[in-house]
Design a protein around this ligand. Structure first.
Ligand SMILES: NC(=O)c1ccc[n+]([C@@H]2O[C@H](COP(=O)([O-])OP(=O)(O)OC[C@H]3O[C@@H](n4cnc5c(N)ncnc54)[C@H](OP(=O)(O)O)[C@@H]3O)[C@@H](O)[C@H]2O)c1
Length: 291
Protein backbone atom coordinates (compact mmCIF):
# COMPACT_ATOMS: atom_id res chain seq x y z
CA UNK A 1 0.00 0.00 0.00
CA UNK A 2 2.95 2.36 0.04
CA UNK A 3 2.75 5.36 -2.17
CA UNK A 4 5.93 7.27 -2.92
CA UNK A 5 4.15 10.55 -3.59
CA UNK A 6 2.11 10.90 -0.45
CA UNK A 7 2.47 10.61 3.30
CA UNK A 8 0.45 8.01 5.19
CA UNK A 9 -2.71 9.70 6.42
CA UNK A 10 -4.69 8.39 9.38
CA UNK A 11 -8.39 9.22 9.24
CA UNK A 12 -10.54 8.81 12.33
CA UNK A 13 -14.34 8.68 12.29
CA UNK A 14 -14.20 6.78 8.99
CA UNK A 15 -17.27 4.74 10.00
CA UNK A 16 -19.15 8.06 9.92
CA UNK A 17 -20.35 10.39 7.20
CA UNK A 18 -17.53 12.93 7.04
CA UNK A 19 -14.57 10.66 7.83
CA UNK A 20 -15.91 8.05 5.39
CA UNK A 21 -16.21 10.63 2.62
CA UNK A 22 -12.70 11.94 3.29
CA UNK A 23 -11.37 8.37 3.13
CA UNK A 24 -13.08 7.82 -0.24
CA UNK A 25 -11.66 11.07 -1.62
CA UNK A 26 -8.17 10.13 -0.45
CA UNK A 27 -8.50 6.62 -1.91
CA UNK A 28 -9.55 8.11 -5.23
CA UNK A 29 -6.22 9.97 -5.22
CA UNK A 30 -4.30 6.78 -4.38
CA UNK A 31 -3.32 7.96 -0.92
CA UNK A 32 -1.89 5.61 1.65
CA UNK A 33 -4.31 5.59 4.62
CA UNK A 34 -4.93 4.15 8.04
CA UNK A 35 -8.64 4.16 8.83
CA UNK A 36 -9.20 4.24 12.59
CA UNK A 37 -12.45 3.21 14.25
CA UNK A 38 -14.07 2.15 17.48
CA UNK A 39 -15.48 -0.77 15.50
CA UNK A 40 -13.14 -1.55 12.60
CA UNK A 41 -15.59 -4.13 11.19
CA UNK A 42 -17.72 -1.18 10.07
CA UNK A 43 -14.93 0.55 8.15
CA UNK A 44 -15.20 0.83 4.36
CA UNK A 45 -12.93 -1.33 2.21
CA UNK A 46 -10.87 1.07 0.11
CA UNK A 47 -7.75 0.65 -2.01
CA UNK A 48 -4.61 1.78 -0.17
CA UNK A 49 -6.37 1.79 3.20
CA UNK A 50 -5.57 -0.38 6.22
CA UNK A 51 -8.06 -0.82 9.04
CA UNK A 52 -6.93 0.06 12.57
CA UNK A 53 -8.60 -0.22 15.95
CA UNK A 54 -10.70 -0.74 17.94
CA UNK A 55 -9.67 2.63 19.32
CA UNK A 56 -11.66 5.32 21.08
CA UNK A 57 -10.13 8.76 21.43
CA UNK A 58 -9.85 8.59 25.21
CA UNK A 59 -7.92 5.30 25.07
CA UNK A 60 -4.48 6.75 24.44
CA UNK A 61 -2.75 3.35 24.28
CA UNK A 62 -5.20 2.01 21.69
CA UNK A 63 -4.90 5.24 19.70
CA UNK A 64 -1.09 4.91 19.76
CA UNK A 65 -1.35 1.42 18.27
CA UNK A 66 -3.87 2.59 15.72
CA UNK A 67 -1.85 5.60 14.56
CA UNK A 68 1.61 3.99 14.39
CA UNK A 69 3.04 4.52 10.90
CA UNK A 70 0.98 7.61 10.05
CA UNK A 71 2.57 10.97 9.35
CA UNK A 72 -0.64 13.04 9.19
CA UNK A 73 -3.76 12.65 11.33
CA UNK A 74 -7.20 13.80 10.19
CA UNK A 75 -9.07 14.04 13.50
CA UNK A 76 -12.86 14.04 13.19
CA UNK A 77 -14.47 15.57 16.27
CA UNK A 78 -16.22 13.09 18.54
CA UNK A 79 -19.89 13.14 19.41
CA UNK A 80 -20.63 15.61 22.21
CA UNK A 81 -20.04 13.81 25.50
CA UNK A 82 -19.15 16.63 27.87
CA UNK A 83 -15.52 15.45 27.64
CA UNK A 84 -14.71 16.22 24.02
CA UNK A 85 -11.62 18.39 24.61
CA UNK A 86 -10.10 15.67 26.79
CA UNK A 87 -10.93 12.99 24.21
CA UNK A 88 -9.42 15.03 21.39
CA UNK A 89 -6.34 15.86 23.46
CA UNK A 90 -5.85 12.15 24.19
CA UNK A 91 -5.98 11.36 20.45
CA UNK A 92 -3.50 14.14 19.61
CA UNK A 93 -1.10 13.08 22.37
CA UNK A 94 -1.22 9.49 21.13
CA UNK A 95 -0.45 10.72 17.61
CA UNK A 96 2.51 12.77 18.77
CA UNK A 97 3.81 9.83 20.85
CA UNK A 98 4.09 7.66 17.73
CA UNK A 99 5.65 10.31 15.49
CA UNK A 100 2.66 11.77 13.65
CA UNK A 101 3.91 15.22 12.75
CA UNK A 102 0.77 16.95 11.46
CA UNK A 103 -2.83 17.09 12.67
CA UNK A 104 -5.82 18.36 10.70
CA UNK A 105 -8.63 18.94 13.19
CA UNK A 106 -12.23 19.19 12.01
CA UNK A 107 -13.66 21.96 14.15
CA UNK A 108 -16.86 23.95 13.85
CA UNK A 109 -17.66 27.32 12.38
CA UNK A 110 -17.92 30.04 15.01
CA UNK A 111 -15.80 28.11 17.53
CA UNK A 112 -15.20 30.35 20.50
CA UNK A 113 -15.30 30.33 24.29
CA UNK A 114 -18.64 32.13 24.35
CA UNK A 115 -20.10 30.89 21.05
CA UNK A 116 -23.89 30.92 21.02
CA UNK A 117 -23.99 27.38 19.62
CA UNK A 118 -23.07 25.35 22.67
CA UNK A 119 -21.27 22.63 20.65
CA UNK A 120 -18.89 25.22 19.19
CA UNK A 121 -17.37 25.99 22.58
CA UNK A 122 -15.55 22.72 23.17
CA UNK A 123 -14.20 22.86 19.61
CA UNK A 124 -12.50 26.11 20.64
CA UNK A 125 -11.00 24.36 23.65
CA UNK A 126 -9.57 21.67 21.38
CA UNK A 127 -8.17 24.36 19.08
CA UNK A 128 -6.45 25.96 22.07
CA UNK A 129 -4.97 22.61 23.10
CA UNK A 130 -3.64 22.08 19.58
CA UNK A 131 -2.14 25.57 19.44
CA UNK A 132 -0.15 24.82 22.58
CA UNK A 133 0.79 21.24 21.68
CA UNK A 134 3.70 22.04 19.41
CA UNK A 135 2.45 19.73 16.63
CA UNK A 136 2.03 21.09 13.08
CA UNK A 137 -1.67 21.55 12.66
CA UNK A 138 -4.48 23.08 10.63
CA UNK A 139 -7.95 23.81 11.97
CA UNK A 140 -10.78 23.18 9.52
CA UNK A 141 -13.89 24.78 10.91
CA UNK A 142 -16.76 23.16 9.08
CA UNK A 143 -19.89 25.17 8.44
CA UNK A 144 -23.28 23.89 9.54
CA UNK A 145 -24.04 20.70 7.65
CA UNK A 146 -26.53 21.18 4.84
CA UNK A 147 -28.01 17.81 5.77
CA UNK A 148 -29.04 18.83 9.30
CA UNK A 149 -32.29 20.77 8.64
CA UNK A 150 -33.82 17.75 6.83
CA UNK A 151 -32.89 15.56 9.80
CA UNK A 152 -34.57 18.03 12.16
CA UNK A 153 -37.91 17.86 10.33
CA UNK A 154 -40.63 15.98 12.16
CA UNK A 155 -42.72 13.18 10.63
CA UNK A 156 -44.91 15.80 8.98
CA UNK A 157 -41.81 17.39 7.42
CA UNK A 158 -42.09 20.48 9.60
CA UNK A 159 -38.89 22.10 10.88
CA UNK A 160 -39.64 24.22 13.96
CA UNK A 161 -37.21 26.22 16.06
CA UNK A 162 -36.11 29.65 17.24
CA UNK A 163 -34.02 30.39 14.13
CA UNK A 164 -35.98 33.51 13.21
CA UNK A 165 -34.94 34.79 9.83
CA UNK A 166 -31.21 34.55 10.48
CA UNK A 167 -28.91 33.05 7.86
CA UNK A 168 -26.26 30.32 7.75
CA UNK A 169 -23.84 29.27 5.00
CA UNK A 170 -24.77 25.56 5.04
CA UNK A 171 -22.12 23.31 3.49
CA UNK A 172 -22.13 19.78 2.10
CA UNK A 173 -20.14 16.89 3.54
CA UNK A 174 -18.62 16.39 0.07
CA UNK A 175 -17.23 19.92 -0.05
CA UNK A 176 -15.77 19.70 3.45
CA UNK A 177 -14.24 16.31 2.62
CA UNK A 178 -12.69 17.61 -0.60
CA UNK A 179 -11.07 20.53 1.24
CA UNK A 180 -9.68 18.24 3.93
CA UNK A 181 -8.41 15.61 1.48
CA UNK A 182 -6.69 18.36 -0.54
CA UNK A 183 -5.05 19.90 2.52
CA UNK A 184 -4.01 16.45 3.81
CA UNK A 185 -2.25 15.69 0.53
CA UNK A 186 -0.58 19.09 0.36
CA UNK A 187 2.79 18.59 1.96
CA UNK A 188 3.72 22.26 1.90
CA UNK A 189 3.54 24.34 5.05
CA UNK A 190 0.96 26.68 3.49
CA UNK A 191 -1.86 25.63 5.83
CA UNK A 192 0.19 25.21 9.00
CA UNK A 193 -1.21 27.13 11.96
CA UNK A 194 -4.16 28.31 9.88
CA UNK A 195 -7.88 28.26 10.60
CA UNK A 196 -9.95 27.57 7.49
CA UNK A 197 -13.68 28.35 7.68
CA UNK A 198 -15.27 25.87 5.26
CA UNK A 199 -18.68 27.19 4.18
CA UNK A 200 -21.22 26.78 1.43
CA UNK A 201 -21.57 29.37 -1.35
CA UNK A 202 -24.63 31.20 0.01
CA UNK A 203 -26.12 32.25 3.32
CA UNK A 204 -29.71 31.01 3.57
CA UNK A 205 -32.48 31.59 6.08
CA UNK A 206 -34.02 28.40 7.45
CA UNK A 207 -37.14 29.16 5.42
CA UNK A 208 -35.01 29.29 2.24
CA UNK A 209 -33.02 26.20 3.24
CA UNK A 210 -36.11 24.13 4.02
CA UNK A 211 -37.75 25.44 0.84
CA UNK A 212 -34.76 24.11 -1.12
CA UNK A 213 -35.21 20.69 0.51
CA UNK A 214 -38.86 20.74 -0.54
CA UNK A 215 -37.92 21.52 -4.15
CA UNK A 216 -35.15 18.91 -4.19
CA UNK A 217 -37.27 16.11 -2.71
CA UNK A 218 -40.62 17.11 -4.18
CA UNK A 219 -42.05 16.81 -0.64
CA UNK A 220 -43.77 19.51 1.44
CA UNK A 221 -40.99 20.34 3.91
CA UNK A 222 -41.60 23.66 5.64
CA UNK A 223 -40.11 25.84 8.37
CA UNK A 224 -41.97 27.55 11.18
CA UNK A 225 -40.09 29.94 13.49
CA UNK A 226 -40.81 29.36 17.16
CA UNK A 227 -40.27 31.49 20.22
CA UNK A 228 -37.54 30.31 22.52
CA UNK A 229 -40.09 29.54 25.23
CA UNK A 230 -42.30 27.48 22.92
CA UNK A 231 -39.29 25.65 21.50
CA UNK A 232 -38.17 24.70 25.01
CA UNK A 233 -41.63 23.64 26.16
CA UNK A 234 -42.31 21.45 23.11
CA UNK A 235 -39.04 19.54 23.49
CA UNK A 236 -39.38 19.26 27.25
CA UNK A 237 -42.86 17.75 26.83
CA UNK A 238 -41.32 15.19 24.47
CA UNK A 239 -38.90 14.14 27.23
CA UNK A 240 -35.76 15.53 25.60
CA UNK A 241 -32.94 16.07 28.12
CA UNK A 242 -31.96 19.58 29.19
CA UNK A 243 -28.49 19.09 27.67
CA UNK A 244 -29.94 18.18 24.29
CA UNK A 245 -32.47 20.98 24.42
CA UNK A 246 -29.68 23.44 25.14
CA UNK A 247 -27.66 22.14 22.17
CA UNK A 248 -30.53 22.42 19.70
CA UNK A 249 -31.88 25.74 20.92
CA UNK A 250 -28.40 27.21 20.73
CA UNK A 251 -27.99 25.85 17.16
CA UNK A 252 -31.11 27.78 16.12
CA UNK A 253 -30.13 30.84 18.13
CA UNK A 254 -26.68 31.02 16.52
CA UNK A 255 -28.43 31.09 13.14
CA UNK A 256 -30.96 33.67 14.34
CA UNK A 257 -28.14 35.90 15.55
CA UNK A 258 -26.30 35.76 12.21
CA UNK A 259 -23.12 34.29 13.73
CA UNK A 260 -22.84 31.60 11.05
CA UNK A 261 -23.78 33.61 7.98
CA UNK A 262 -20.33 34.46 6.61
CA UNK A 263 -19.55 32.92 3.21
CA UNK A 264 -15.86 32.18 2.66
CA UNK A 265 -13.83 31.30 -0.44
CA UNK A 266 -12.13 28.30 1.20
CA UNK A 267 -13.86 25.61 -0.90
CA UNK A 268 -13.07 27.20 -4.30
CA UNK A 269 -9.63 28.42 -3.21
CA UNK A 270 -8.46 25.06 -1.84
CA UNK A 271 -10.23 22.64 -4.21
CA UNK A 272 -10.37 24.72 -7.40
CA UNK A 273 -14.14 24.03 -7.71
CA UNK A 274 -17.08 26.15 -6.60
CA UNK A 275 -18.84 25.22 -3.37
CA UNK A 276 -22.06 23.25 -3.90
CA UNK A 277 -25.32 25.18 -3.54
CA UNK A 278 -28.02 23.30 -1.62
CA UNK A 279 -30.17 23.33 -4.76
CA UNK A 280 -27.68 20.82 -6.24
CA UNK A 281 -27.84 18.36 -3.35
CA UNK A 282 -29.41 15.05 -4.28
CA UNK A 283 -29.49 13.22 -0.94
CA UNK A 284 -31.23 14.16 2.28
CA UNK A 285 -31.38 12.32 5.60
CA UNK A 286 -34.69 10.94 6.82
CA UNK A 287 -36.93 13.19 8.93
CA UNK A 288 -36.41 13.04 12.68
CA UNK A 289 -32.96 11.47 12.31
CA UNK A 290 -30.81 14.16 13.98
CA UNK A 291 -28.82 12.91 16.94
N1 LIG B 1 -20.80 20.98 11.24
C1 LIG B 1 -21.96 20.48 11.66
O1 LIG B 1 -23.05 21.00 11.35
C2 LIG B 1 -21.97 19.21 12.47
C3 LIG B 1 -23.19 18.53 12.65
C4 LIG B 1 -23.18 17.35 13.38
C5 LIG B 1 -21.99 16.87 13.90
N2 LIG B 1 -20.82 17.55 13.70
C6 LIG B 1 -19.53 17.08 14.26
O2 LIG B 1 -18.79 16.56 13.15
C7 LIG B 1 -18.38 15.20 13.42
C8 LIG B 1 -18.38 14.42 12.12
O3 LIG B 1 -19.67 14.50 11.52
P1 LIG B 1 -20.31 13.24 10.79
O4 LIG B 1 -21.48 13.74 10.02
O5 LIG B 1 -19.26 12.44 10.10
O6 LIG B 1 -20.84 12.41 12.08
P2 LIG B 1 -21.03 10.83 12.20
O7 LIG B 1 -21.54 10.27 10.92
O8 LIG B 1 -21.84 10.62 13.44
O9 LIG B 1 -19.55 10.27 12.41
C9 LIG B 1 -18.81 10.53 13.58
C10 LIG B 1 -17.63 9.57 13.59
O10 LIG B 1 -16.82 9.85 14.73
C11 LIG B 1 -16.61 8.63 15.44
N3 LIG B 1 -16.48 8.93 16.85
C12 LIG B 1 -17.34 9.66 17.61
N4 LIG B 1 -16.90 9.73 18.87
C13 LIG B 1 -15.73 9.03 18.92
C14 LIG B 1 -14.79 8.72 19.96
N5 LIG B 1 -14.97 9.17 21.21
N6 LIG B 1 -13.71 7.97 19.66
C15 LIG B 1 -13.53 7.51 18.38
N7 LIG B 1 -14.38 7.77 17.35
C16 LIG B 1 -15.47 8.52 17.63
C17 LIG B 1 -17.86 7.81 15.16
O11 LIG B 1 -17.60 6.45 15.43
P3 LIG B 1 -18.82 5.37 15.57
O12 LIG B 1 -19.20 5.01 14.16
O13 LIG B 1 -18.21 4.28 16.33
O14 LIG B 1 -19.94 6.07 16.31
C18 LIG B 1 -18.05 8.11 13.67
O15 LIG B 1 -17.17 7.35 12.89
C19 LIG B 1 -19.38 14.71 14.47
O16 LIG B 1 -18.81 13.65 15.25
C20 LIG B 1 -19.64 15.97 15.28
O17 LIG B 1 -18.60 16.18 16.24
C21 LIG B 1 -20.79 18.70 12.99
Amino acid sequence: MSNQNHPTIAVTGATGALGGTIAKRLAAREASQLLVARDPARLPELPGALHRGPATYDDTAAMRDALRGASTLVLISSHPTGKRPEEHASAVRAAMDVGVDRVLYVSLIGAGPTATYRNARDHWLTEQFLAGSGVRHTILRSGLYATTPAALADDELLVRGPGGDGRAAFVTHDDIAEVIATVALDESTEHDGRILDVTGPEALTLAEMVGAIAVSTGKPYRYEPETLERAFARRWELGVSGTQIEAWLSWYQAIAGGELAAVTDVVPRVTGSPATPVSRMDWWPAPDSAR
